[in-house]
Ligand binder design. Sequence first.
Ligand code: C2E
Ligand code: CA
Ligand code: CA
Length: 583
Amino acid sequence: MSVDPSRHDRRAPSTAGDGTAGSAAAAVTVLEAGRALPTRTRQVFESLSAGVVVTDRVGLVLDVNPAFCVLVRAGREALVGRVLQDVVRTADGRFPLEQVVRGLDRDGAGTAVHEALVRRLDGTSFWAQATVALARVDGRDVVVSQLVDDDERHRALADKLHRADHDELTGLRNRTALLDELGRRLAVPGPPLAVLVCDLDRFRVLNAALGHVLADEVLVAVARRLLAAVRGADVVARLGSDEFAVVVDGLNGPLPGAALEAARRLAGELSRPLRAGGREVRCGAGVGVALAERDGARSNDALGLLRDADTALRTAKAAGPGAVRWFQPAMRERVLGRLHLEDDLRRALERGQLEVHYQPVVRLADAERVGFEALVRWHHPERGLLAPEDFWPAAEESGLSVAVDALVLERVLDLLQRRPGARVSVNTSARRFDGTFAEEVLAQLRVRGVDPGRLVVELLEHSLLAGDTTTTRELARLAGAGVRIAIDDFGTGYSGLSYLHRLPVSALKLDRSFVTGLPADTDADRIAAAVAGLARGFGLVALAEGVETQAQAEHLRAQGWDFAQGFRFGRPAPEEHWYPPGT
Ligand code: C2E
Ligand code: CA
Ligand code: CA
């Protein structure tokens, strides 16, 4: 067989149009074609690495070479005598041979090259580059199609395209892809849709506590949970580290009720424990919601809608864990204010505008001062002296709280070095337990020659993650060296009490909210008495916070509280207040 396009006879072929050749006729044709092939040509044909199929002009298979059989995973007998369209189809169900042939006839070209996703008889498919040529073999018009496996290149290309708009870790769409899809949906009128943006509540803590590998597993688990929670038409995407978005399409019911309900459901889903690294992890998420009516009255702008949802999210985050907020225009200014605050705080750290105040801790028996708690203050250039409530949420959210805590700790260690009799407790956000905290603190104590027993590390009850090994290890290391560990705001957490025997805790600080109502408030009274009993039972130091009156002090003392802090005994003040110059 000679495959020579130049010899192609361009007269209309006699077989064109009557593609319904019967199988008997086909068999004859095949035999003819097989026999017609000179041995040498046959050898070349057989040894070609490209898959070659010879058909008549309507696609009846006359001959195939072994490479073609390998490519389409079918034997020669299964192929010859059949119509090519039945053997290998393109993704749209046809092999566009007739089309190609018609094109070749029209243009007078020798060959045509086509890309096609070819489906095999067994249902699998592969990308091929098909070079189709018309030829004349022994006075007969045939079509020689040469198929080269192009799968790898196509897969690499598809992979690249997929990666460009998908998040590698979770496989969800990324921000760009979400915006594209959102834009497409907003462009057509339809029922309202909502964009929900969620941000995990304790991801930074989790990341520090569990390590990156497990934290990644948490993100994958969150992605799965979200996918399971949405409906088919909804879109889930990962916007950034621990930020996800869901487009809820086709809302019905009164707005924004329906959207808020969807958001609450999502927040509820994320508040349930997730599995990562063979253990249960709780994180929860805040959700911001923005709505698009899609009635043409609103500007249908995907980016603007996502930004609104993000603004609502910032507001939700400021409201506390698990909060859901629906976007309102007034939020924009507040969120901008927050961003300015973050910038200001960053500058404040650089410019030394932060300082530490000390509030005395006294023994209730004799009101003797036994130590201090260090509390941070910000000398804001315009707003004056700020307490943590004015900037701590911004510090936490921006991650600056770690730097603030480090600064406070350094000042406290300086003080401990300068004032040999002092004992000071520092507040520590859970985020600082990153695996190196304990060693750093102990090294600094060593360098300064300060007895570790003079430092108390306070941490909030709810920052004690169940089974969080990094925190546990660091606390054990600190306590082992003599540093005291106190649980702050005791009674407000929700972590259960199991950590009391698991962790090396040495003191409980009763939250101010249980002290304020004493002695009249019977509920507060009962809780205060119970916590005092608990502390005694576990052999812990019992310290009550926010003591403002003598009546409170006496009541607490009668209940068994050993130590107290509060305005009754002294407000937080700079070091100079407690240690006048020259002392
Ligand atoms: P906290 O650790 O519970 O600190 C006690 C807070 O109660 C302090 O507020 C203190 O000024 C206030 N307080 C003390 N006695 C009384 C009283 O008798 N009555 C009333 N009404 N309040 C009293 P502050 O300084 O505004 O700090 C608020 C919170 O900010 C602290 O609560 C602590 O959780 C956090 N914080 C303060 N400084 C730091 C810090 O350096 N690092 C970290 N991570 N957190 C800090
Ligand atoms: Ca504290
Ligand atoms: Ca407290």
